[in-house]
Design a binder for this molecule. Structure first.
Ligand SMILES: Cc1cc2nc3c(=O)[nH]c(=O)nc-3n(C[C@H](O)[C@H](O)[C@H](O)COP(=O)(O)OP(=O)(O)OC[C@H]3O[C@@H](n4cnc5c(N)ncnc54)[C@H](O)[C@@H]3O)c2cc1C
Length: 362
């Protein structure tokens, strides 16, 4: 059992690993404590989409920095990463108007496309060349193995029970540390219920599916749709965006109600990861409504112009949600609770972590 390190990280999801990567860069000794035998949370259940361009404010800065770290780590740790960009398929003129306004604001980060260059049925679209993709099932484990190779101690199948200044109590005994970073995703309330309530942290459940690619060509860029314009701040704050929301709410209230973000990415084996819907609660019911899967399947089939999709896997992902994109709070000295509370942790964690450690370690 490691008895003393400079930094203890609780949680081996992407947020915890990002802090370990940055602590190692600073030459610090690090232990990562993870209750499971390997990461099985949000970090391996997502699209693997580095959705850089659609972010705004601090998240955009984190995303741009994170992109560089992802590209470096893919090279050094040896995992699959595509600098593929994202295509947003506009299926209505009001969506194209948002993209034109976005292009005005962002310049070269947005390349407008005619309908013929969009890989699904659309009136036009845009390519966001900065965006990247990884296979989350592979990448998260590869980063952990790379960190272990850099001397980071991983305590798998070890639960953290208590967190105090300079002291972490685990199911395998105590660890003392200069600094503690708590990266437990949506489980902030398990350790800090008052803090969680104060910041309005809830759980968000998403329905996701893996389907065989039903068309005879590949999709290198991630594919977003007008529904994505309702969810990412880069679009949602544009003056043209409310018109898209109003139309989608009038045309498909059940889909907007289900929190549909109609999108997909292609896996290295060719299958498509498709999704997703959003349901919010502090404590989630365990029952998956088939109707939500049906919404996703029907809408993706329509987008791809096929009658049906061959489902290979279904799963539910959960992330922390709040009315701010990031929770980054010190409940006691030397301890930082960090959670990405907006569903963009793959995109931003590697940019957020250096800022957290700058403050925590000074
Ligand atoms: C379906 C879905 C799709 C998404 N798509 C994208 C996407 O394409 N792009 C993007 O940027 N973001 C996406 N996100 C969001 C992104 O996945 C999350 O923001 C990110 O993975 C959160 O990482 P995390 O490390 O905080 O959480 P997690 O990956 O959940 O990791 C938290 C870890 O803490 C561990 N833990 C908890 N409590 C303890 C304890 N007491 N002791 C020890 N260990 C503990 C857990 O076991 C877990 O491994 C998506 C999320 C979901 C659910």
């Amino acid at each position: 059992m490691t008895s003393y390190v400079d930094v203890v990280v609780v949680g081996a999801g992407i947020v915890g690993l990002a802090h370990a990567v940055d602590a190692v860069r600073r030459g610090l000794t690090v232990a990562v404590v993870e209750r499971d035998g390997h990461a099985t949370g949000a970090s391996i259940r997502n699209f693997g989409h580095g959705c850089v361009t659609a972010q705004a404010g601090a998240a955009l800065g984190y995303a741009i920095d994170a992109r560089a770290t992802w590209v470096r780590l893919a090279r050094e740790a040896g995992f699959w990463l595509r600098e593929s960009g994202t295509v947003l398929a506009a299926r209505h003129d009001d969506e194209m108007a948002v993209l034109e306004e976005f292009r005005e604001e962002r310049g070269d980060q947005v390349v407008l496309l005619p309908a013929g260059k969009v890989p699904v049925e659309a009136v036009g679209g845009a390519l966001f060349p900065l965006d990247i993709r990884v296979d989350p099932r592979e990448a998260v484990g590869a980063v952990a193995r790379w960190l272990a190779g850099q001397g980071v101690t991983f305590l798998w199948e070890t639960s953290v029970h208590t967190i105090e200044p300079g002291l972490v109590g685990t199911s395998r005994g105590p660890i003392t540390a200069k600094a503690v970073v708590v990266c437990v995703g949506h489980d902030v309330d398990r350790h800090f219920p008052d803090l969680s309530r104060r910041f309005g942290v809830r759980r968000c459940a998403l329905h996701m599916l893996r389907v065989a690619n039903p068309v005879p060509h590949d999709f290198d860029p991630a594919v977003l749709t007008g529904f994505s314009m309702l969810r990412y701040d880069g679009f949602a704050t544009l003056p043209t965006a409310p018109k898209v929301r109003a139309r989608l709410e009038a045309e498909s209230p059940h889909l907007v109600d289900a929190g549909l973000n109609l999108m997909f990415t292609q896996r290295p084996d060719g299958d498509l990861t498709i999704g997703d819907t959003h349901r919010y609660a502090t404590t989630l019911d365990p029952f998956n409504a088939e109707e939500l899967d049906r919404f996703v399947l029907d809408e993706i089939a329509r987008l791809l112009g096929v009658a049906r999709l061959d489902v290979r896997e279904r799963w539910r992902g959960v992330y922390a949600s709040a009315d701010r994109p990031f929770l980054d709070v010190s409940p006691v000295p030397g301890v930082r609770v960090v959670s990405v509370t907006s569903g963009i942790g793959m995109t931003t964690a590697f940019g957020l972590a250096p800022r957290v450690l700058d403050e925590l370690l000074t």
